[in-house]
Design a protein around this ligand. Structure first.
Ligand SMILES: Cc1ncc(C[n+]2csc(CCOP(=O)(O)OP(=O)(O)O)c2C)c(N)n1
Length: 361
């Protein structure tokens, strides 16, 4: 039996390989070798530090806003790492982890949050779509890509990232239905981080789990411990293999927690208690993997310093590169919203240009 049957969400048991204390679940086997896990740990450290830098860049006024990943590193690193060249990735807006794992340069991500749309352009060989701000809309795009791949007979899958809040959007349900009816090679990857801004998960849906929603659409769903890199990896790998062998879609609910604010415009102290955050900090995905590696003699302070030092250097270089690129002209907002400017946009552009001229004189 595969994971999807063993952990059918109606059975009420979440899939986990690595326990919060860094030891394995009894009988569980890691889906990766020790050396591979060290590399994954290094990537998680890099992502955590890059995320922290993004937050401070915003606080210094060098970014517009930013949606931090802090706490959700394992589910993104685990799931994105199973993808292969040609697969399609549809992120929401909190996906620094999946972005970097897919090979998008950090510089691009920095440019995006600095307000330069050129940051959204992925290298030609990577099928990574731009950030999607309208909650849940990217689920439909992913289904379209998966349908295209199926019609063309391409051996590719699409994965779409979204939060618990997105599961209340009509788009999500239309996408799930379509994917089920057409048996499309798509992975719906829900990061249930317990909140949609201030709305807690329990007010989002009356379903016991988000994973069980897949059953209504006629395909498999699984709830995984999203702070367990190994579980996220194993579940995504199985979902990808299933999709490629014609088995259709899968919904993965990764149970995790957002340690930081929703975005830099949010104040989470208004809607959640410090004790709750502290409780989840005990499940920290990066620390958990570190404990696992330390238990096997594969991690020590020296390695940590090395990983952090190398990461900081790379991050510094990316920030420098991004900040030396001239910002795009503000007029681009009017020019590139549609392929042809609408009459209203033309009028707004003329007004804006007149305003700039007046300011200069
Ligand atoms: C269609 C739409 N409605 C509302 C918003 C405002 N909004 C931005 S993020 C967000 C919450 C999203 O929560 P969730 O899907 O759980 O993702 P998370 O932010 O927790 O990663 C809302 C309501 C939006 N961007 N798009």
């Amino acid at each position: 039996m595969g994971l999807m049957e063993d952990y059918n969400p109606l059975k009420g048991k979440m899939f986990q390989i690595l326990k919060p204390d860094g030891t394995l679940e009894p009988g569980a086997k890691p889906p990766l070798s020790d050396q591979e896990i060290v590399v994954f740990y290094q990537k998680m450290v890099f992502i955590r530090l890059a995320d922290q830098r993004c937050l401070s860049l915003q606080r210094q006024g060098r970014f517009g806003t930013y949606a931090p990943i802090w706490g959700q590193e394992a589910c993104q690193v685990g799931s994105a790492s199973v993808l292969k060249k040609g697969d399609w990735v549809f992120p929401a807006f909190r996906e620094i982890g999946a972005t970097l794992i897919m090979g998008i340069p950090l510089k691009n991500l920095l440019l995006y949050w600095m307000g330069d749309e050129m940051g959204s352009r992925a290298p030609e060989e990577i099928n990574f779509m731009p950030v999607s701000i309208p909650v849940g809309s990217q689920t439909l795009h992913a289904v379209g890509a998966a349908w295209g791949a199926k019609l063309k007979g391409d051996k590719e899958v699409a994965i779409v990232y979204f939060g618990d809040g997105a599961t209340s959007e009509g788009d999500f349900h239309e996408a799930m239905n379509f994917a089920g009816v057409f048996q499309l090679p798509v992975i719906f990857f829900c990061q249930n981080n317990q909140y949609a801004i201030s709305l807690p998960r329990k007010k989002q849906t009356a379903s016991k789990t988000i994973a069980q929603k897949a059953i209504a659409y006629g395909f498999g769903g699984i709830q995984v411990d999203g702070n367990d890199l190994l579980a996220a990896y194993a579940a995504a790998r199985e979902a990808r293999e299933k999709a490629l062998s014609g088995g259709g879609p899968t919904l993965i609910e990764a149970v995790t927690y957002r340690f930081g604010p929703h975005t830099t415009a949010d104040d989470p102290t208004k809607y959640r208690k410090e004790e709750e955050i502290e409780e989840w900090k005990g499940l920290d995905p990066v620390i958990r993997l570190q404990k696992y590696l330390a238990g096997k003699g594969l991690w020590d302070e020296g390695l940590e310093r090395k990983f952090r030092g190398e990461a900081e250097e790379k991050i510094n270089r990316a920030v420098q590169e991004a900040e030396t690129i001239s910002p795009p002209p503000v007029e681009d907002i009017f020019r590139y919203t549609y392929s042809q400017m609408t009459p209203v946009l033309k009028e707004q552009l003329t007004d804006y240009q007149a305003f700039l001229k007046e300011k200069e004189s």
